[in-house]
Design a protein around this ligand. Structure first.
Ligand code: C5P
Length: 217
């Protein structure tokens, strides 16, 4: 049996995870949050005192035990949802995600999941690198202000105390890092449809993508 895939890419706060989750639910597909895998790797490296600047130090880090249950990531048996949202992880994740050994390992794990499940996968390089065969590729964008506000609400609801200004800075810094790194940067795939979600209702976007997708498959 061949499995189907929807690839959703875009910068932080563009609505990727909310849209991907809802779309996966509607289609009864598995939702894979690849950002959570890069965050969990960063968390582990920080905990083990790995030299974050040296790509080679990651070759020895065991990052294989990832399991997604109901859209939440478990690493080495631990639910990473809360741990992944710490400031320390946010400050370092783009650096860790720029290392070739880290990307190669996580990309192959992501491809393995998609070989065995129908997936909606979100990230930065899904349409361009991970799932180049995806039946539907989407590139979501939104203004920095809108994206920061969304992240702010998300973190506030999760109990984190943080200012909107700090979030805006974090988003701008990560956008720059993610789109200018030399290996697998954040880019729109040529065959992806681009949607600016700034003034759109998330459910409207989900419906639009759902309709497009069922016409394709
Ligand atoms: O999606 P999220 O904001 O949680 O991703 C955290 C970070 O992980 C991004 O800023 C980026 O540096 C990295 N990432 C990546 N490739 C992906 C997913 C995330 O480089 N496919």
């Amino acid at each position: 049996m061949s499995y189907h895939a929807i690839a959703i890419d875009g910068p932080a706060g563009a609505g990727k995870s909310t849209i991907a989750k809802l779309l996966a639910k509607k289609l009864n597909y598995t939702y894979i949050d690849t950002g959570a895998m890069y965050r969990a790797t960063t968390y582990k490296a920080l905990n083990l005192g790995v030299d974050l600047i040296d790509p080679e130090s990651f070759s020895f880090l065991n990052i294989t035990d990832f399991v997604f249950k109901n859209g939440e990531l478990y690493m080495d048996g631990t639910n990473m949802t809360k741990l992944n949202r710490s400031k320390e992880v946010a400050d370092n994740v783009s650096l860790v995600a720029s290392h070739i050994p880290v990307r190669n390992k996580l990309v192959s794990l992501q491809q393995e999941i998609a070989e065995n499940n129908h997936v909606v996968m979100d990230g930065r390089d899904i349409g361009t690198v991970v799932l180049t065969h995806a039946q539907l590729k989407v590139f979501l964008t939104a203004s920095v202000k809108v994206r920061a506000k969304r992240r702010y609400e998300e973190l506030k609801n999760a109990g984190r105390i943080i200012t909107l200004e700090d979030i805006e800075k974090d988003i701008e810094r990560r956008d720059k890092y993610d789109s200018t790194r030399s290996y697998n940067p954040l880019r729109k795939a040529q065959d992806a449809i681009e949607i600016d979600t700034s003034d759109k209702d998330i459910r409207e976007v989900v419906d639009l993508l759902y309709k497009k997708y069922i016409k394709i498959v």
